[in-house]
Design a protein around this ligand. Structure first.
Ligand code: FES
Length: 179
């Protein structure tokens, strides 16, 4: 007779803590679930930002320093086109890449001329010569023709006039491809 109340008491003592424990576990489950959703959403946003074509690539270039030189189709593959107003040449590689070269000779500042026949730039002042990528073929020019960054936007070839860059050699990173 006395054992029954004892058992009942034992049961209560062991049962009581289970209620809050179960509640805590379910609360933690909910927290993990929410954190999981947040992490998944952030991951998806990251993937989307990688896949989306960036319109802000050239955001740092002020619009007033970008000069529209022409439409992409105006520059056939393999061509070299002078732009005397902006004092530059637009070189289009056979694979379609663009390169903008300064028209100013790095020796003493004369204007170089493109020679279609010999496929090189000649300086009329002291006979320096440069290949179609502006690399020195004959001195006294101390370095290649300077290059300017080309940007292709909405089918237009634009040049960053503030980006005139001295260089020691040609590097593929100087080329811009139309998408
Ligand atoms: S200015 Fe061009 S070679 Fe002297």
């Amino acid at each position: 007779m006395t054992q029954e109340p004892n058992r009942e008491m034992e049961r209560r003592m062991t049962d009581k803590p289970e209620q809050p424990e179960r509640g805590r576990r379910s609360f933690m489950k909910k927290i993990w679930l929410i954190l999981g959703f947040v992490a998944l959403a952030e991951f998806l946003c990251f993937i989307i930002s990688l896949l989306r074509p960036s319109k802000e690539t050239h955001k740092s270039i002020p619009a007033e320093s970008l000069r529209v030189i022409g439409n992409v189709e105006e520059f056939p593959a393999g061509s070299v086109t002078p732009d005397r107003v902006n004092r530059l040449y637009i070189v289009r590689e056979k694979d379609g890449a663009f390169l903008a070269l300064s028209l100013t000779c790095p020796h003493l500042g004369c204007s170089v001329l493109w020679n279609e026949e010999s496929q090189q730039f000649d300086c009329p002042c002291h006979s320096s010569a440069f290949d179609r990528r502006g690399i020195v073929l004959s001195s006294p020019a101390p370095r290649p023709l300077d290059y300017l960054p080309v940007i292709i936007e909405e089918g237009k070839v634009k040049v960053d006039m503030t980006g005139v860059t001295r260089r020691k050699r040609f590097e593929p990173s100087q080329l811009t491809y139309a998408l």
